[in-house]
Design a protein around this ligand. Structure first.
Ligand code: ADP
Ligand code: MG
Length: 602
């Protein structure tokens, strides 16, 4: 092939790959333009996850009639003229690439009227080519409609994610920007249904309630930096909200970061926020946080990546510690507030149930346990004996029909001796001592019962609730919608009620004493975490979570009968040695080990 300069359209399409990977990125770019234009109202309408149609209407300044055409050229921008301007950029856009890129891979219509102009312009493009250009009457502002995205780049079309994934991503972008711009009134409509709206009241708290749901907001505290947080840079401010330690998630995705109004991803800053919870959160758990950092524009380089989602700081350390200190103080203040129940948060109706775990992180018996002299455990080396393969003890020969009244025994008969620290059951078997984790064991028992009932197509025992509602962030609400059938099969009846609200009609009966919203929150976190390799079905995931909540907890004092009953049931579990998460349910110390430790063996 001879060397040749590529046609303009091909250049634009190649460049578009960087800026508009997917429908959600088109939404992000157009929304940023609307914000840069000073809009107070932004309406986003999506059809078919954005592939069919994306329409964004704003009441910003609009584009001058003579500039509409040029706005669609590559590198056309009104936001900077020299490279030096980059160091003082205060707009979200500056590369002049979005409109050109989007137009090159879609059929696009723009109607815009500049505030100083008496009439508007309608222009239509198909794959960058202008097919219509005329004057029209229009209100001040801009409406851009993008249809049939990637219609002329079939390769890209093939790699698009599922419609639902795209819908969720779009909802995430919109809710994020709504949080960074609480003065702007956002509305998001997907397939003709309004799924999100922010009031534009200017209060971040209001937006968090509509974006994350009241249930989450009630468990968040306000972050406000002080000058003392950044001795080196008094110009850094950190504001936002962060969750109390009892509210946490399995990944960092619930930490939302903005720098000068721009949503960014930054592993170090997410780490600073997580670090602020040091000793308050278990490892592997992360807070929910919305953190807005403001720094002088000259202290941050925004031109690092085409999607502008990464930035570079002149003084990363200074920003890191300012963020960490501000968040830490919010969290520590909370921890030091005595009598949280009635006091500080009473006014906004904090969900006391959720807090109880935090207020008394340890139950009295657990605290007692901590104070006990634990040297006993470290003195010897009571290693865990490798788990015996089930067949060692299992009587595989017993047929296991659905009507088998008693499941085959997989453990020897154990005699309960007592309980340690209200957490472990001590039992004796023919070959030594067993220490059973009561919570893990009960999880295993419930899990197998549940799965058996389900395999026999039995109706899962349910508990009806009196109209209890659950309001979720739009992205989480979509996740529930996608899995509503599976949830029903395992005992959760959820009925859509309003855009992101569900009525919880019933829950699996074994959750009788649990807060259904907390359990569903856990399920959502599990679903969001996606499936890891070798992981089982979605159903399995949900059931595992239900059993975790339904099982007796560590710290609960049990009667001998209760302990006996747990042991009896565990003896007949198919996999009695591990809980559904794969952690051990018991430690076994054989008679030989005991004898050796006491020096009774030659
Ligand atoms: P950038 O945002 O990086 O400048 P874009 O390609 O996104 O580049 O937009 C090009 C120009 O078109 C912008 O600089 C702005 O002047 C104008 N523009 C785009 N969208 C709007 C809008 N919604 N309202 C007003 N002007 C707009
Ligand atoms: Mg732009």
């Amino acid at each position: 092939m001879p060397i040749q300069i590529l046609p303009e359209l091909v250049v634009a399409q190649i460049a578009a790959g960087e800026v508009v990977e997917r429908p959600a990125s088109v939404v992000k770019e157009l929304m940023e333009n609307a914000l840069d234009a000073g809009a107070h109202h932004i309406r986003i309408e999506i059809l078919g996850g954005g592939r069919q149609r994306i329409r964004i209407s704003d009441d910003g300044i609009g584009i001058l009639p003579e500039e509409v055409e040029i706005a669609f050229q590559r590198h056309a921008t009104s936001k900077l003229t020299t490279a030096e301007d980059l160091s003082s950029i205060e707009t979200l856009g500056f590369r002049g690439e979005a409109l050109a890129s989007i137009a090159s891979v879609s059929q696009l219509t723009i109607i815009t009227r500049h505030a100083s102009s008496s009439s508007g312009i309608l222009m239509q493009l198909a794959g960058s080519e202008i097919v219509r250009h005329q004057s029209v009457g229009a209100p001040v502002g801009t409406v851009i409609t993008v249809e049939n995205l990637f219609y002329n780049t079939p390769a890209r079309l093939k790699f698009l994610k599922k419609e639902n994934t795209e819908k969720r991503q779009i909802a995430l972008y919109i809710t994020r920007y709504a949080m960074a711009y609480p003065h702007v009134h956002f509305t998001l409509e997907q397939d003709g249904r309004e799924v999100f709206r922010s009031s534009g009241s200017g209060q971040l708290a209001d937006v968090i309630v509509s974006a994350l749901g009241l249930d989450s907001f009630k468990n968040m505290v306000e972050i406000a930096s002080r000058d003392s947080d950044n001795p080196r840079h008094s110009e850094i401010t950190v504001t936002g909200y962060s969750s109390v330690p009892s509210l946490h998630r399995a990944d960092r995705n619930h930490i939302t970061l903005f720098v000068n109004g721009r949503w960014i991803q930054d592993t170090r800053l997410s780490y600073a926020i997580t670090q602020a919870y040091h000793t308050f959160l278990m490892t592997g758990r992360y807070p929910i946080a919305v953190v807005l950092v403001k720094v002088p524009p000259s202290d941050v380089d925004v031109n690092v990546h085409p999607t502008k989602a990464e930035v570079r700081f002149r003084d990363p350390e200074g920003i890191f510690s300012a963020v960490q200190r501000a968040v830490r103080r919010a969290v520590v203040d909370l921890a030091q507030t005595p009598a949280m129940r009635g006091g500080r948060f009473g006014g906004i109706g904090l969900n006391h149930d959720n807090l109880s775990g935090w207020e008394n992180t340890l139950s009295p018996s657990q605290q007692h346990q901590l104070n006990m002299n634990l040297d006993f455990y470290s003195a010897g080396n009571y290693t865990r004996t490798p788990l015996k393969p089930q067949s060692d003890i299992a009587s595989d020969t017993i047929p296991e029909g659905p009507e088998a009244p008693l499941k085959p025994r997989t453990l020897p008969i154990l005699r309960v001796i007592g309980q340690i620290g209200a957490t472990y059951i001590v039992a004796e078997g023919p070959s030594g001592l067993y220490l059973v984790d009561q919570h893990a064991a009960h999880e295993r028992i419930l899990y197998e019962q549940f799965m058996d009932e389900h395999a026999r197509h039995e109706q899962i025992a349910q508990l009806s609730l009196e109209a209890q509602t659950l309001t979720l962030p739009p992205s989480e609400a979509r996740l529930i919608e996608e899995n509503i059938e599976t949830l029903r099969e395992v005992g959760f009846e959820l009925e859509p009620f309003g855009p992101n609200t569900f009525i919880i009609r019933s829950v699996p009966a074994l959750l009788a004493d649990q807060s259904p919203t907390e359990v569903l929150g856990g399920i959502i976190a599990d679903l969001e975490a996606g499936t890891s390799p070798g992981q089982v079905s979605i159903e399995d995931k949900i059931v595992t979570r239900v059993c975790k909540h339904g099982a007796i907890k560590a710290g609960q004092i049990l009667s001998t009968d209760e302990m006996q009953s747990i042991i009896r049931q565990l003896e007949r579990c198919r996999s009695p040695h591990t809980c559904p998460h794969g952690r051990p349910t018991m430690l076994h110390m054989t008679s030989e080990q005991l004898a050796r430790e006491f020096g009774r063996l030659g």
